[in-house]
Design a protein around this ligand. Structure first.
Ligand code: PGU
Length: 502
């Protein structure tokens, strides 16, 4: 029956085809109807039910000039909407509009971090401030390309190097340099070839590759994640189908580390879990364990036969020293523990969009490291085949060239100290403006790019809606996006949001 209806409608189309030929007004109306769910979705839900659902409805709509059309009827059939009206019982006009096969795909929410930059761009207020994403900006709030990066790029250009595929594991010179930077050149684990290093698509891609390794070789093993953590950690493990749970980390009462909570949650986890640790400059809290606390964390992890999994996205950025910021990882390695480390060069070399980083798996033997590396390659191959070369060459040139390396350390120190100085200025401004006696000194105790202000979601919304200060809804602000001249304004916004919004 429906077949004949279809052909009847088609013959009456007088040249109307399956491509939409309606005026924008009519198409908009159809789209609106679809969004309202005024049709039977079973037609999209699988082969068996296909083509067996039909629904009609009628409505009065207007053309662009507001002149009403005749009462229109919609008929959904065979994944098309037929639009027609009846006059004296006869179909006198019919249009067919294709319904998308992607009708069941819902709109994803904006990303909680990267989505903030999109909202910032759309704001036309001149006082606006983007403290959402952790991107380093100059005092003039401009993006910064490091001089050493420009020098390394010039060297690459002069050599006229080619663009052939890299091996799956990436650029060998980069892999050697990155493992040495992390563990220290003289660390015996390097000479003993116990580290499986594979170039990754920056920190995120490296974490994702490790998650795939966990999913494949440790089925059912849990990853313990700090509460709170960088927002994308949970997405990464969810998408890799790796179960995770949280361990206590931040104590809002002390605005510091909940060390006892952390230790007891790590103890309570099933033996052999993975414990995700921020190597330095914990994101978003900016609170790191002390060296003594790191020792105790290592004790518990060893006791429980857990596997430490470090995320090192800020080496050199927390303290200004590459070695000091790798000390947590080195402490665990010195105990002979096996561990994983995801590295990123987005922040410390400002190579955000080059997507350069690595996954390192420290194993107890060279043989195990070789096997792990072979499996990481096997996982990478169907995902992205092999990594991009440009960022890898920059890192290899900077780290491998003593002159450029020294210059890099100086530039990193400059970036870290600019962040420290706006941190101090923000604290001074808050202390001067807030007459309530609230102690803002926690801002000075936090390290790295961020400050975790303790502002609630409603207060963070006020920061954006009233003050045009863009930040993540967990109350985090990126001090790397703040200039000293804007500190007073930011302090006004924080004091207002903190005291006047509940
Ligand atoms: N791990 C942590 C702890 C991070 O903070 C970030 C970046 C990454 C890994 C991944 O960085 P890659 O660029 O992939 O190397 N976090 C920033 C950047 C924005 C984002 O969410 O990707 C941030 O603002 O939190």
């Amino acid at each position: 029956m429906f077949e004949s209806l279809s052909s009847m409608a088609s013959t009456m189309l007088c040249g109307f085809s399956s491509t939409p030929t309606t005026s924008p007004t009519l198409q908009d109306h159809c789209k609106k109807k679809l969004k309202m769910g005024s049709f039977d979705r079973t037609i999209f839900s699988g082969k068996k039910k296909r083509n067996h659902s039909i629904k009609t409805m009628s409505n009065q709509i207007h053309d662009r000039r507001g002149i009403p059309w005749l009462p229109l009827r919609f008929l959904i059939f065979n994944r098309r909407i037929f639009i027609y009206f009846l006059s004296c019982g006869r179909i006198t006009l019919a249009l067919a509009v294709n319904v998308s096969r992607f009708e069941g795909v819902t709109m994803a929410p904006p990303d909680p971090i990267l989505g903030v930059s999109e909202a910032f761009k759309a704001d036309t207020n001149e006082m606006k401030l983007n403290l959402g994403v952790g991107d380093y900006r100059t005092e003039e709030l401009q993006p910064y390309v490091l001089n050493v990066v420009k020098k390394a790029e010039n060297l690459i250009l002069k050599r006229g190097e080619n663009k052939e595929y890299l091996p799956i594991e990436g650029l060998a010179a980069f892999n050697n340099a990155t493992a040495e930077l992390l563990f220290g050149r003289d660390n015996p684990v390097i000479e003993q070839q116990r580290v499986a290093t594979v170039q990754g698509l920056s920190g995120t891609g490296s974490l994702r590759l490790a998650a795939a390794l966990i999913e494949r070789y440790f089925p059912g093993a849990k990853v313990l994640i700090s509460s709170p953590t960088w927002g994308n950690h949970k997405n990464i493990f969810n998408d890799a189908r790796v179960p995770w749970s949280e361990y206590r980390y931040y104590d809002p009462k002390t605005i510091g580390l909940d060390f006892d909570g952390m230790i007891s949650d790590i103890k309570a986890a099933p033996d052999g879990s993975f414990v995700l640790l921020h190597g330095c400059a914990h994101n978003p809290t900016g609170i790191d364990p002390t060296p003594e606390q790191w020792e105790k964390i290592a004790d518990v992890i060893q006791e429980k036969k857990h596997l430490p999994f470090f995320d090192v996205a800020y080496q050199g950025f927390a303290s200004g020293s590459l070695d000091a910021d790798a000390s947590s990882v080195r402490l665990f390695a010195a105990r002979g523990m096996e561990l994983l480390v995801a590295q990123s060069y987005s922040k410390n070399l400002g190579l955000y969009s080059e997507r350069i980083g690595a996954i390192n798996v420290l194993c107890s033997s060279a043989d195990a490291a070789a096997r792990v590396k072979s499996q990481l390659k096997r996982l990478a191959r169907p995902m992205y085949s092999n990594p991009p070369i440009h960022g890898a060459r920059i890192v290899a040139n900077v780290v491998g060239n003593p002159e450029l390396f020294n210059e890099w350390e100086e530039e990193m120190e400059l970036m870290a100290s600019r962040i420290k100085s706006v941190r101090q200025k923000l604290f001074d401004s808050l202390s001067a403006k807030d007459k309530s006696g609230k102690d803002w000194s926690f801002i000075l105790k936090q390290i790295g790019m961020f400050s975790f202000t303790g502002l609630s979601k409603a207060q963070s919304d006020n920061m954006t809606n009233k003050w045009h200060v863009y930040m993540t809804k967990d109350g985090r602000i990126s001090l790397a996006g703040l200039s000293s001249v804007k500190c007073e304004y930011l302090a006004d916004a924080i004091v207002d949001s903190f005291h006047n919004v509940k």
